[in-house]
Design a protein around this ligand. Structure first.
Ligand code: CA
Length: 430
């Protein structure tokens, strides 16, 4: 999956919980995941309480699961075949609980995600799969550049689909991971995929968190949105690029994709701009943004009007590039709930279309706050009465609001973006 930069904390594809940008960038969120392997297309949900009952053995747990699976229509022989030799995988638990101190800043993530090599490979594949992509566009209304961008980031165009035994990973997480109810539903979904005949148990590989195939679908998303586009009767996201690309298109269509609209575009802000408007909760029409002096660097030609709604995003604060985001950006977030991921998909798609990339400079000299510094920041904001939410190191909406409030107190630009300067100022106030 996506490469996540952050492994998140919880993510899950979406994860994660991370809707949050982490301070900076989030990584893809999907979540959970691990750096390079995280799940996607899963919805975010809060952690579930851990069962207070005595822990049962894996064998007893598997027997209970087997009963439930059979009651849900899974063939007993298939269950036994899928679980043959399966034991918990400690590496998966380590990945699930990983909370790295440092994550890459958004510009470094984008350097890797939207590299010249990936753009060249994507263009070549767009030509090679041109007929299939034309049919997918006609069926689902999602452009080929976005689909190839997803393909590139999720599995490096099908070359990195993960090599974990998905049954083992999901059984481990459902047995003793966090969010056991969520993982159990993914496990039952993957058994349904096997029963449907899309893949054999022996070939069922994926990321450590169960994201599968060339577009790294989580099992429940797979069950709901995967399609057989090459007509062989099986939904095979591992071995059929046509199935994988069409499934991604089907999922984006179901996530509200607006045919022909861009995801967003880079803008220039006027001097003395009120940066507090750069917030996911502030949606204005393009006419309103224009009236505020927000200017497109390359005006979008496609399917927008003055009434189209957009939000303003400053992924690296007021010292970095600014983007207006349209509704297709939110559709990409449903695929993988990380703003860095969605931005990478949009920028890679633009590059595949022949765009020049981001024009404004990133504040590359700024050192990102590490996790312990983000926790300290939250604690200090709370001590100043600014209510940033729990000190969990995740920069979510409440923390951004608290940062803005402190910035306003200092007479600084209120972009809600935490920096080393901000942390230092907070430290000296106490
Ligand atoms: Ca197929």
């Amino acid at each position: 999956m996506p490469n996540l930069l952050l492994r998140s904390l919880s993510h899950i594809t979406s994860a994660c919980l991370l809707l949050l940008l982490t301070a900076c960038a989030e990584a893809p969120a999907q979540s959970l995941a691990a750096a390079a392997d995280s799940p996607s297309n899963v919805s975010i949900r809060p952690p579930e309480p851990t069962a207070s009952a005595e822990k049962i053995s894996f064998a007893d747990w598997r027997a209970l699961l087997r009963s439930d699976a059979i009651a849900a229509g899974i063939d007993p022989a298939l269950f036994d075949r899928a679980f043959a030799g399966i034991s918990p995988n400690p590496d998966v638990l380590v990945a699930d609980s990983s909370q790295p101190e440092f994550t890459r800043p958004v510009w470094e993530y984008l350097d890797g995600a939207v590299s010249q090599q990936r753009i060249a490979r994507g263009r070549s594949l767009m030509l090679q799969h041109g007929n299939t992509l034309s049919r997918i566009e006609a069926r689902y209304g999602v452009d080929r550049q976005t689909l190839v961008a997803i393909w590139g980031l999720e599995s490096n165009f099908g070359s990195n689909i993960g090599n974990h035994n998905v049954i083992r990973s999901l059984a481990t997480l459902a047995y003793e991971g966090r969010r056991q109810v969520f993982w159990r539903s993914q496990l039952l979904a993957v058994l349904q995929i096997l029963q449907h005949g899309d893949i054999s148990p022996e070939r069922l590989v994926g990321s450590w968190a169960g994201a599968m195939g060339q577009t790294q679908f989580m099992p429940t998303t797979y069950n709901e949105h995967a399609v057989d586009f090459d007509g062989d009767g099986r939904r095979d996201l591992w071995n059929s690029s046509a199935d994988a690309l069409a499934s991604a298109a089907h999922y984006l269509q179901a996530s509200g994709w607006q045919k022909g609209q861009p995801w967003g575009y880079e803008v220039r802000l006027p001097k003395a701009f009120d940066y507090s408007m750069a917030d996911p909760e502030v949606r204005r029409s393009l006419a309103e943004w224009t009236a505020l002096g927000v200017e497109a660097l390359a005006p979008p030609a496609r399917h927008v009007t003055s009434e189209t709604k957009a939000t303003l995003m400053l992924p690296a604060g007021h010292r970095g590039p600014a983007f207006l985001l349209l509704s297709n950006f939110r559709s990409i977030l449903k695929y993988n709930n990380s703003t860095s991921y969605a931005l990478a998909i949009g920028l890679l798609a633009d590059s595949l279309r022949g765009g020049d990339g981001v024009r404004a400079a990133w504040p590359r000299e700024e050192r990102q706050l590490g996790r312990s510094e983000r926790i300290e920041l939250q604690e200090l904001l709370a001590q100043n009465g600014l209510e940033p939410g729990p000190a969990d190191g995740i920069i979510g909406a409440n923390t951004r609001k608290a940062v803005r409030a402190f910035q306003l107190q200092q007479g600084w630009p209120a972009d809600g973006y935490p920096t080393q300067d901000l942390l230092r100022r907070l430290r000296t106030r106490l």
